[in-house]
Design a protein around this ligand. Structure first.
Ligand code: GLU
Length: 516
């Protein structure tokens, strides 16, 4: 049976996470691809919280997901928080809706009641276990031996139901059918139902399983495209059969299963543990495990810009067919295409990820960076006017990879050095140089405008007058102004320190023992 979607509807896509913990960068990439596709087609992007498995529910995880999406700038059009006309958007609040579909499937002969106890399931697994089949499934070759509405006479089933006997509803998987569909990334994908089991659709507590809920909700929410991780590919034949058995074959969405994000060495899926081991984040944002209190840092906390993070993620498994790597958010919306997403997994490379962030800081307008810089300065108890901050950032941003580097490359503008690398000065020190620095304040005071150009001129002509090479005097000046061998060009530093502070810092140095 081939499943072919109809494509004349308004595009509606969804991100459907289970709120179980931190949001892995693979999850954010799924959000991003959904979002880009929705924007490109002027469609809707829905956030649906899949919380039917109460045993896996983690408090705070939903709020965390919402915050992550907000930080990334990938906000949904409909969500539990925003509402929308297809709500509620939390599956636990839709509980009552699912049962009728499971019952409908039983009535139509596509599903059945199963009364097996956990012990009975256990002994089935033992009885049917063979070396070829070490964990036998509940399916076409075992279901006839089990206690279900296919094996128990109808009258007895009725009695069991009336007595309220614990039961589940299982899907009746056809024994030998071919299920095929066209995945937007992988092309035609075929499955034979022979190896598939009779999945539970409705649990004993009346809650749907993921498989039933996902299909019912995608239908009720009029979802047209399903973009999700490739780990869901094996579930797709069941989902397609459910669409068909529920009478919705003509509304089947288009599927694309996104490739995995792999460890840096390409060997297996990137996990949180790899991040801990190799020293980089795997979650978008910091996650605190409510049970253990364990805190896992995210890309946000180490100083990624959300735009850079998105750009990096977009390129993890996609390109536009050229060498281009930097895409503005608008360009991504315009250029992205699901058909160009690679089939194979994408290796995560933290150095490359940082390169994106560096490019965004370097190329970005300092005004865009201003709020981040101010936040850092606030933590350091530094207050400064915006114009000066903008000039400082213009000077240093190309040296910054992560946002905290803004401070690392500028702290000396806000605080006088407390330590000086005098050793480096003393390596090549003499009486002439000493004299030079004694006369430097006067030379700097005399410049008409305190700009890098005039400061450099004044510096060089003083050196010339003293028969000294200016080159050998620059390092001492730098150390005098900032304390060490770092920072942007030294006359730019002086300009931004301003006349008074520059002269003050030179005067402080003139009190050093080797200056006298
Ligand atoms: N709730 C599933 C998850 O946690 C959603 C899979 C899907 O998109 O169908 O990833």
């Amino acid at each position: 049976m081939y499943f072919c979607p109809l494509m004349d509807k308004k595009v509606r896509v969804r991100f459907a996470p289970s709120p179980t913990g931190g949001l892995h960068l693979g999850g954010v990439r799924t959000v991003l691809y959904n979002y880009l596709f929705a924007r490109q087609h002027r469609g809707d992007f829905v956030l649906r919280i899949e919380d039917t498995d109460q045993t896996r529910y983690v408090p705070g995880a939903e709020e965390y997901i919402v915050d992550c999406l907000q930080w990334c700038g990938l906000e949904p059009d409909e969500s539990p928080q925003k509402g929308g006309k297809y709500g509620p958007y939390r599956q636990s609040e839709r509980k009552e809706m699912y049962k009728q579909y499971a019952e409908y499937l039983v009535k139509k002969g596509f599903a059945y009641y199963a009364f097996d106890t956990p012990e009975e399931l256990d002994s089935m697994r033992k009885e049917f276990k063979t070396p070829e089949d070490p964990s036998p499934q509940y399916g076409h070759h075992t279901r006839i031996k089990m206690r279900n509405s296919l094996t128990i006479p109808e009258k007895e089933v009725k009695e069991l139901m009336e007595k309220g006997t614990t039961h589940v509803i299982r899907f009746l998987m056809p024994e030998n059918d071919e299920v095929s569909f066209t995945d937007m990334i992988r092309g035609e994908v075929k499955f034979n139902t022979h190896t598939l089991d009779d999945k539970v659709l409705l649990k004993a507590d009346g809650m749907p399983t993921y498989h039933l809920a996902v299909v019912v909700d995608d239908h009720l929410m009029q979802i047209t495209h399903i973009f999700r991780g490739e780990e869901w590919l094996p579930s797709t034949p069941l989902h397609l059969l459910l669409w068909e058995r529920l009478g919705w074959k003509d509304e089947i969405p288009q599927y694309a299963h996104l490739p995995l994000i792999l460890k840096p060495d390409g060997k297996g899926k990137l996990s949180k543990r790899d991040g801990d081991r190799l020293g980089f984040p795997v979650y978008a944002m910091q996650w605190t495990d409510p049970k253990t209190g364990e805190v896992t840092k995210g890309f946000r906390e180490i100083g990624f810009l959300p735009e850079a993070f998105n750009n990096m993620l977009a390129l993890l498994g996609w390109n536009d067919g050229t060498e281009k790597e930097i895409f503005s958010p608008e360009e991504l919306v315009e250029k992205f295409s699901m058909e160009r997403v690679h089939k194979g997994g994408a290796k995560f490379n933290f150095e490359k990820a940082k390169w994106f962030n560096h490019e965004y800081i370097k190329r970005g307008d300092s005004r865009m960076l201003l709020p981040y810089f101010k936040k850092i300065l606030q933590e350091k108890n530094v207050q400064e006017n915006d114009d000066r901050l903008l000039s400082i950032m213009d000077l240093i941003k190309e040296r910054c990879t992560l946002l905290p580097d803004l401070w690392e490359n500028s702290f000396f503008f806000f605080q006088r050095p407390t330590e000086y690398d005098k050793e480096s000065i003393l390596k090549k020190w003499d009486a002439d140089k000493k004299q030079f620095f004694k006369e430097l304040p006067a030379a700097f005071s005399a410049v008409e405008s305190f700009t890098p150009g005039s400061l450099e001129d004044a510096f060089k002509s003083l050196a010339e007058r003293k028969n000294l090479k200016a080159g050998g005097l620059m390092l001492p000046l730098r150390i005098i102004l900032v304390g060490g061998k770092f920072g942007p060009p030294v006359f730019h530093i002086a300009e931004l320190l301003g006349k008074q502070e520059t002269l003050e810092r030179i005067k402080i140095a003139l009190r050093w023992e080797f200056m006298n």
